[in-house]
Design a protein around this ligand. Sequence first.
Ligand code: 5GP
Ligand code: MG
Length: 174
Amino acid sequence: MKVLISAEQIETRIDALAREIAQVYQGQPVTIVGVLTGCIVFVADLIRRLDLPVRIALIHASSYRGDATSPGQLTISAESLPDVKGRHLLLIDDILDTAQTLSKLVAYLQSLQPASLRVAVLLRKIGRQQIPLEPDFCGFEIPDAFVVGYGLDFNDEYRHLPYIGVLPQHVPKG
Ligand code: 5GP
Ligand code: MG
């Protein structure tokens, strides 16, 4: 496994990101909406560094993907979402790739009439976006490779790795 971003680099960046986020919200209560399953490690680490009153909600978005990242039909399961109307929402996902997933989640959450909606992603792939969507907070910009670890999976494996890695068969050539 090729390590792209080490556990130490992630830790340092998340410290800074938590400060950036707290700076923007200025003590206002925030409802974190994490996108399952990839967000779990990122959300867990970020919320423990956030100096803000927070509530945690989770939403499930699946696009019938197995090992690949080609976009498919997106299903949003939000049965367990608390009332978000009039609240400041921070939508958190693991990775911004084509932006198909996040753009649909943003539209869905906007329809619930929050007071505000911002987006935070741990990773953003350079040159892959098909839909314009500017995340308000981004951990790292990465090259176009299939990454795993720190919440991200390949066929539901590797989520537990403390670093972000590239699987050997997915290392871009050249
Ligand atoms: P998008 O809808 O932006 O194309 O893709 C977002 C979702 O695709 C992510 O939430 C993630 O589940 C999956 N995804 C995209 N790129 C990668 C990747 O490099 N590694 C993994 N493990 N998942 C990815
Ligand atoms: Mg995901």
